[in-house]
Design a protein around this ligand. Structure first.
Ligand code: PHE
Length: 340
C-alpha cells in the first residue's frame, strides 16, 4: 500500500496541466467516486489497527497534497497566469490604455485657424527665437521708440539683437519677404513677454495673427472678415464694435470688442457691466511695413489682426483664471472634448 501511496504522490507532483478541463479530468481520476485515491481509502478501511496507524499519516498527506495542488492550479489558470500553464487566452479583454484629450488651447487655436481657412487663409509658422528686425524694425518700430515698451521683451543677454518673439507678426514679416500678393495667411504660435504672472496675464501665451494683402483691400474687408470670425467663434447673434487704437505697424488701428456671449450684451461681471469683451487688435498695414518687406505700397494694401488664444479660450469656456491653462492638471484638461 505504501508503494501505491508513493506512486500517487509522484503523479500529483508531476501533474502540469494546460487547461481547466485537464485539471477537472485529473480531479475525477484521483478524488472522484471511482478515483484512485478513493479506492486507496476503501482499501485502507480494511487494514488492521496497527497498519492503519502506520499508513494513516501518509494517506492523509497525499489527500491534502492532491487537493491543494488542484486548487492552486485552478486559481492560477483563473488569474490568467499564462506562464504557469503555457497558454494564452485570446478571448480575454485587453487592458484598456487611457487616451489623452487635446489641450483646450490647441482646440481653440485649431478652431480659429479652421474658421480663417474657410475664408481662404493658409497657415504659416516661424521661429520663436527671433531677431530685432523681424519682431520690431520691419514692423515700423523705430529704435528707442516707446512703442517697444508696450511689449516687454525677453532679450538674449549676450546679443540684444536676438530675442524671444513678443508677437507672431514676425511670421507675417517672413511671409511678406518670401511671397508676392495676394497673401492671405494666419500665423499661430507661442509668444513671450516679460510680464508678472496673474489670473489674466502670463509670460508665455499663444497668438493667432492674420494678414491679407492684395490690390484694393479696404477697411470694409477687414470689418467683414472679423465679423464673420466673431459669429463663427461665439455664435450667430454676436455683434462686434471697433475702437480706435494704436499699433506702429497698422494705420488706422483698432481694438475689436465682441458682444458678451454670457449676458447677451446686458452687462455682467465677466464684461464688467459693459456688455462688450475685447478680443483682438487690428488695422490696415502701414505702407512702411509693406515697403520694408519689398511690397509695392502704391499697388497693394492690406489688413492685419492679432488675437490671444488664451483670451478667446477663456471667453469661450468661461474660464476665469488663465494660469489653469499652464498647470496641466488632468482634472481641468479632461473637461475639454476634442472638436478638432
Ligand atoms: N501684434 C499685435 C500684438 O501682439 C496684435 C496686432 C496684430 C494688432 C495685427 C494689429 C494688427 O499686440
Amino acid at each position: 500500500m505504501q508503494n501505491k501511496i508513493n506512486d500517487l504522490l509522484k503523479k500529483v507532483g508531476e501533474f502540469s496541466p494546460a487547461t481547466m478541463a485537464e485539471i477537472e479530468d485529473f480531479r475525477i481520476k484521483i478524488l472522484g467516486k471511482k478515483g484512485e485515491l478513493t479506492a486507496l481509502f476503501e482499501e485502507f478501511k480494511t487494514l488492521s489497527g496497527e497498519q492503519k496507524k502506520e499508513l494513516g499519516k501518509s494517506i492523509n498527506e497525499l489527500k491534502n497534497k492532491a487537493l491543494n495542488k488542484i486548487n492552486e492550479l485552478k486559481e492560477m489558470l483563473d488569474k490568467g497566469s499564462d506562464d504557469a500553464c503555457g497558454e494564452i487566452d485570446m478571448s480575454r479583454p485587453a487592458t484598456e490604455s487611457a487616451i489623452g484629450t487635446r489641450h483646450p488651447i490647441s482646440l481653440v487655436k485649431n478652431e480659429i485657424v479652421g474658421i480663417f481657412s474657410r475664408l481662404g487663409f493658409t497657415t504659416a509658422e516661424g521661429p520663436e527665437v527671433e531677431d530685432d528686425w523681424h519682431v520690431f524694425s520691419a514692423l515700423n518700430f523705430p529704435p528707442e521708440h516707446p512703442a517697444r515698451d508696450m511689449q516687454d521683451t525677453f532679450f538674449i543677454e549676450r546679443n540684444p539683437d536676438i530675442l524671444l518673439r513678443t508677437h507672431t507678426s514676425s511670421i507675417q514679416v517672413r511671409v511678406m519677404q518670401n511671397s508676392r500678393p495676394p497673401i492671405r495667411v494666419v500665423c499661430p504660435g507661442r509668444v513671450f513677454r516679460n510680464e508678472a504672472i496673474s489670473y489674466r496675464a502670463h509670460c508665455i501665451f499663444h497668438q493667432v495673427e492674420g494678414l491679407y494683402i492684395d490690390e484694393k483691400v479696404s477697411f470694409t474687408d477687414l470689418k467683414q472678415t472679423i465679423l464673420y470670425f466673431a459669429k463663427e467663434m461665439f455664435g450667430e447673434e454676436t455683434a462686434i464694435r471697433m475702437r480706435p487704437s494704436y499699433f506702429p505697424f497698422t494705420e488706422p488701428s483698432a481694438e475689436v470688442d465682441v458682444s458678451c456671449n454670457l449676458c447677451g450684451g446686458k452687462g455682467c461681471n465677466v464684461c464688467k457691466g459693459t456688455g462688450w469683451l475685447e478680443i483682438m487688435g487690428c488695422g490696415m498695414v502701414d505702407p512702411n511695413v509693406l515697403e520694408a518687406c519689398g511690397i509695392d505700397s502704391k499697388k497693394y494694401s492690406g489688413f492685419a489682426f492679432g488675437m490671444g488664444v488664451e483670451r478667446i479660450a477663456m471667453l469661450k469656456y468661461g474660464v476665469k483664471d488663465l494660469r489653469l491653462y499652464f498647470e496641466n492638471d488632468i482634472r481641468f484638461l479632461k473637461q475639454f472634448e476634442a472638436i478638432y
